[in-house]
Design a protein around this ligand. Structure first.
Ligand code: ADP
Ligand code: MG
Length: 478
């Protein structure tokens, strides 16, 4: 594979793996300027659009880019980011490049508005201007629709509620707050709601919370806060993604609180997504927290094996690639923590087979997956926990003897706790299903799979169990 191909593959994988806001803000349009071969590694010099992006990529996102490029290239790499502006159409605007393309355009329009008003435009013209400005279509991923969302026991509640919100915005669940770990489909659901509402002709604003903050900062700097308010308060549906990032930012919270109230008062729909529930947003002001909790709060727990498999089948079909079921099962089995990881592994397998011009056999897939350093435990790099440790901690937590779990006792209560141990063993150990089953009373791998799915299913409807699993996770990571 040549360097340009490697960058192209890495770029598309980054687009899938980074959250959309980060990708659009820092990486979109980044191109390979050249490579410099070195003794130990090849240096990839990547052109990015401004100094903010360069610094952010160099300091905060370096590892993400490096790891993917390293995997694709197959040999050691280093990456350097340089500012590169290919013949800007309007150099003045590009010099002080705002953080988000959308905002750049809005600012430019605001500047034009200001000029027009100097020439006699009325204040109301200026204030109403954003209403005429539809958000660019490209801001919503056309693939993130309800039709492409695979529904399972784990995410059914989130899905059904999202559909209800899209059908009757502002009516039943307001605000609608969805939370869950990275890559569980929160952004997908928000885009699906936004697109359904847009197609009804409703004025819909979707944005990550950082974009809200940036927009506010710009509005304050440019003295266009009245326009800022009008823009957000005239929405029929406001969807704010990753709201955990407004935690701690006082002026943003203040502004958001007023926006929220203004919309809520007029029964306009508010949809929020976060990586944790409102009560765990530590530095969120209480009044905002209680507003967030006042509607419907649902979570998306990690998806079961069958659902991950169904998602893979959908992707393979959409891309017209034929993969043996055993290969898909292997990928679904290996990438457990979230769908984004699943996507990364899937792309890796496809990219390797396309570049090698070979169909992907189970052995080849295994080889690819071995190279893939799957980020387990939400990306932390601690040494894996042992099976015995999981069994010990789980048994003690439920005040049982570990021998009860490793023995043959089939009493309901023992069985339930054993299933919890199976679930946690899959998350925290490197053991295979067969090894887990063997250790937990000589069960088969399908029994383990069934046990894990049972736990996921129960977590979807049993908050007590969810809390217990959360407690156990804490114990296992400490
Ligand atoms: P989050 O916002 O929770 O981090 P995303 O919505 O960005 O996650 O999802 C990551 C990827 O996984 C996206 O490509 C999304 O389409 C896909 N995905 C997640 N859940 C599902 C699902 N249930 N069905 C189909 N695709 C899904
Ligand atoms: Mg997201």
């Amino acid at each position: 594979m040549n360097a340009q191909d490697a960058w192209n593959v890495a770029y598309s994988q980054l687009e899938l793996q980074l959250d959309r806001g980060s990708f659009d803000t820092w990486l979109r349009g980044a191109l390979l300027l050249h490579t410099e071969p070195g003794i130990e590694s090849t240096l990839f010099v990547i052109g990015v659009r401004n100094t903010y992006a360069r610094d952010m990529l160099q300091h905060r996102l370096y590892r993400n880019v490096w790891r993917i490029l390293h995997d694709v290239w197959g040999d050691p790499v280093e990456v350097r980011f340089e500012v590169h502006q290919p013949a800007p159409r309007n150099p003045e605007r590009e010099v002080e490049m705002p953080l988000f393309r959308l905002l750049a355009e809005q600012q430019a329009n605001a500047a034009i508005d200001d000029k027009q008003s100097d020439l006699g435009g009325s204040l109301s013209d200026r204030v109403r201007r954003p209403e005429r400005q539809a958000l660019p279509e490209s801001d919503l991923n056309p693939k993130f629709t309800f039709a492409r969302f695979i529904v399972s026991n784990a995410n059914r509640l989130a899905y059904e509620s999202a559909r209800a919100v899209a059908e009757n915005p502002g009516r039943y669940y307001n605000p609608f707050f969805v939370y869950g770990g990275v890559g569980q489909g929160k952004t997908h659901l928000l885009h699906a709601i936004a697109q359904a509402c847009q197609s009804k002709g409703l004025r819909t604003i979707y944005l990550p919370s950082e974009a809200f903050t940036n927009d506010l900062v710009d509005a304050i700097r440019q003295k266009t806060t009245a326009m800022f308010r009008e823009k957000y308060r005239s929405a029929d549906v406001l969807l704010v993604d990753d709201v955990q990032f407004i935690s701690g930012k006082e002026s943003t919270q203040e502004e958001f609180f007023h926006t929220f109230n203004a919309l809520y008062t007029f029964n306009k729909q508010i949809v929020l997504a976060s990586d944790r529930p409102p009560r765990e947003l530590a530095t969120l002001e209480d009044r905002l927290r209680s507003r967030f909790e006042g509607g419907l709060v649902v979570d998306i727990p990690p998806l079961e094996f069958e659902t991950r498999l169904a998602i893979l089948e959908m992707w393979a079909q959409e891309r017209g690639v034929r993969l043996q079921r055993s290969v898909l099962e292997l990928v679904a089995e290996r990438a457990r923590s979230n769908v984004r990881e699943l996507e990364g592994v899937f792309n890796q397998v496809i990219a390797k087979s396309q570049f090698a011009h070979q169909p992907m056999t189970l052995d080849n897939a295994e080889a690819v997956l071995q190279q893939y350093d799957a980020p387990r435990h939400h990306g932390s790099r601690r040494a894996p926990t042992t099976l015995n440790c999981v069994i010990e901690i789980t048994a003690r937590y439920y005040q049982m003897n570990p021998a009860e779990l490793t023995g043959k006792n089939r009493a309901q209560r023992v069985n339930n706790v054993r299933q919890v141990a199976m679930y946690l063993a899959r998350e925290y150990t490197e053991s295979s299903l067969a090894q887990i089953g063997e250790c937990l009373g000589g069960r088969s791998h399908t029994t383990v799979l069934h046990g894990c799915n049972k736990v996921v299913e129960m977590m979807g409807c049993d908050p007590v169990l969810r809390q217990q699993i959360e407690d156990l996770r804490q114990k296992l990571t400490n």
